[in-house]
Write a protein that binds this ligand. Structure first.
Ligand code: PEP
Ligand code: MN
Length: 371
């Protein structure tokens, strides 16, 4: 059960304490108080956890500070969009807003390799007004003999260059709790010239201990990439670990599903799930066309498959696109064959923006026909 407080009611107010006291007077019920940053307003929610089946809604509705009481059927109670819950779960990070209405492109390196390539990438992003990127320092590789990422040693120059070129957020995968600390320490030592979004890769989608670690720190937002071989329901329950550990700054990422039924693409593109995630949860949705398609094939109309699937996700309302670029893909130590080239950056940005404006037009059209 969720008790949604009126927007003027703060988490440490007497009204909230009254709700908590009443809830905890029931045996086997405990509570969590959560400050929610919605897209348009912030509010406080009290979660009742445990044996809530026989508790009636009415006694909570009588509190002056309570806006609404929601009974939850789904198991992912804090990320879920439950009946009557219109508020999306947006958040601010390093001056940028992320919600189910926002739109950000994160073009960048799959993996950091050299300082020169990082600088070439960031310079191109700055030239095109992009302040958000991806850059992997820790890479989860299928074989132990493959390049494992530069690790913590590349962080000082990565963050320094991010500051130099006006990058505000770098999406970066972490595989262990220790790596979260290393990122934090390196950012601190660099004077926090940029921000980091902690990426949970598809291979760690059910690494529950790691999910609890990224969830119990509240500084960095989390990009959770859907598990490639589990159901959507299982991924939603997994990402709930992040929220239930205390961090609500979460973006849900789609990156394709592992199955030969998606051949010749690397993964079966799952961007039809963009509106599904927006309906089932209150989280912003990211698409990763690079890891979905996995190659630079061109269709007869002259557009790369990567451009086409990006368009498919964006026209359906995706809020974020994470996409691999590399200044010299032939030299890339990870995922070179799927990297877009720096001279393709402007075309990619314009194509994605064109499709985003089409999505916005579709919303206007819907409004016209709803009247
Ligand atoms: C990545 O984004 O670098 C990555 C490894 O993606 P995924 O976890 O989706 O395979
Ligand atoms: Mn990759």
């Amino acid at each position: 059960m969720i008790i949604v407080m009126k927007s003027s009611v703060l988490p440490d107010s007497e009204e909230v304490r009254g709700v908590v006291r009443l809830a905890e007077s029931y045996p086997d019920v405990h509570t969590e108080v959560s400050a929610i940053q919605g897209a348009t307003r912030s509010l406080t929610e009290v979660y009742l956890i445990g044996a809530t089946g026989t508790i009636s809604e009415e006694q909570f509705e009588e509190f002056a500070g309570v806006e609404r009481v929601i009974r939850i059927r789904e198991r992912y109670r804090s990320i879920g969009r439950h009946e009557g819950q219109a508020e999306a779960l947006g958040f601010e990070y390093n001056g940028l807003n992320f919600s189910q209405d926002s739109f950000h492109l994160f073009p960048g390196l799959c993996a950091v390799d050299t300082r020169e390539n990082v600088e070439a990438m960031f310079r191109a992003l700055e030239e095109h007004g992009i302040e958000t990127t991806r850059a992997g320092a820790y890479k989860p590789r299928t074989s132990p003999y493959d390049f494992q990422g530069r690790g913590s040693e590349c962080l000082p120059y990565l963050f320094e260059l991010a500051g130099k070129y006006g990058i505000k957020v770098i999406s970066m995968e972490v595989l262990t709790a220790g790596q979260i600390e290393d990122v934090d320490l390196a950012l601190e030592e660099a004077g926090r010239p940029t921000g980091v979004m902690l990426q949970i890769g598809t291979r760690n989608a059910q690494n529950f201990e790691l999910l609890k670690e990224v969830g119990s720190q509240k500084e960095y937002p989390v990009l959770f990439k859907r598990g490639m071989g589990i159901t959507l329901e299982e991924s939603l329950n997994a990402v709930e670990y992040v929220a239930s550990s205390g961090n609500h700054k979460i973006i849900f990422g789609l990156r394709g599903m592992k199955t030969n039924l998606g051949d010749p693409h690397r993964n079966f593109v799952d961007f039809a799930h963009v509106p599904v995630i927006k309906r089932l949860t209150r989280l912003p949705v990211c698409i990763d066309p690079s890891h979905s398609v996995g190659k630079r094939e061109v269709s007869p109309d002259g557009l790369l498959d990567i451009f086409h699937v990006t368009a498919q996700g964006v026209v359906a309302g995706a809020n974020m696109v994470i996409v691999d670029f590399h200044p010299n893909p032939g030299e890339a130590l990870c995922d070179g064959p799927q990297a877009l080239l720096i001279p393709e950056l402007e075309h990619f940005i314009r194509d994605a923006q064109l499709v985003r404006s089409t999505y916005e037009e579709r919303l206007k059209l819907r409004e016209r026909f709803a009247r």
